[in-house]
Design a protein around this ligand. Structure first.
Ligand code: COA
Length: 205
């Protein structure tokens, strides 16, 4: 059934993309900036070489995302890089991605990755908290992230960090038209919870 629904949608709407837009709490209202973890060392990275030398292909992609108007955080396990997160803002984000409109005091988390064998231990959640702290220190009020609609582990990591679903975005090229066309469903109320969410989304405003 799901297969036929997907085929019908693809025929009508062409190739389509479905994303959750998640947003951080207001950063100047964070109760505590502490992201200390006894298990993993989270800190800002300034040199791409450490990422470029990683055995993980996903972590190596971080090395290309350093540079102007970026913040890169790394997670280390006994000194070894096991995860990272990248934030872009200003012209860097507008020119290279520009998917989500940002105000001057907003930034966008453009990548978060954890080495495969260490997933499920809360490293992404720690990185997200560190992203908030680093963005707050630079004067940002809010950080956004775009997550593929069915990427449950990623959505879950953001929810554990108290981010909330801010919008759902559909990008499609219906009936073979040139497009792409974009539809956005805003979620503006605090505490909206979808039936599949195991925890309420706690929107701190
Ligand atoms: C997404 C990613 C960064 C999460 O990293 P992580 O360190 O495993 O995340 P956390 O451990 O902080 O949280 C993951 C949560 O999702 C849960 N989870 C894992 N797989 C899941 C699934 N298929 N369905 C639902 N929840 C899932 C975990 O159990 C955990 O929740 P819990 O602590 O309540 O049990 C990691 O999976 C990754 O690097 N993926 C590849 C790169 C990527 O897709 N990045 C995201 C781009 S938006």
């Amino acid at each position: 059934m799901t297969h036929w629904v997907k085929r019908a949608a693809a025929t009508l709407f062409g190739e389509y993309e479905l994303y959750h837009i998640l947003r951080s709490p207001e950063l100047d209202r964070l109760p505590s900036p502490d992201t200390h973890s006894p298990a993993f060392d989270i800190s800002e990275l300034h040199e791409p070489d450490e990422c470029a030398a990683s055995e993980s292909g996903e972590l190596r992609t971080l090395s290309t995302q350093f540079g102007s108007e970026s913040i890169v955080l790394g997670a280390r396990d006994h000194g070894r890089l096991v995860g990272g997160a990248v934030v872009w803002y200003g012209d860097r984000y507008a020119n290279e991605r520009g998917f989500w409109p940002l105000q001057a005091d907003e930034a966008k988390l453009v990548n978060i990755v954890v080495e495969q064998k260490l997933r499920g231990q809360g490293i992404a959640t720690l990185l997200i908290a560190a992203v908030e702290r680093a963005a707050m220190f630079r004067g940002f009020q809010r950080v956004y992230a775009r997550v593929w609609h069915s990427h449950s582990s990623s959505v879950r990591a953001f929810q554990k960090a108290a981010w909330c679903k801010s919008a759902f975005v559909v990008v499609c090229r219906p009936f073979g038209l040139a497009g792409p066309f974009r539809f956005q469903i805003a979620r503006t109320m605090a505490g909206i919870q979808s039936p599949n969410d195991s925890h309420p989304i706690n929107c701190r405003r």
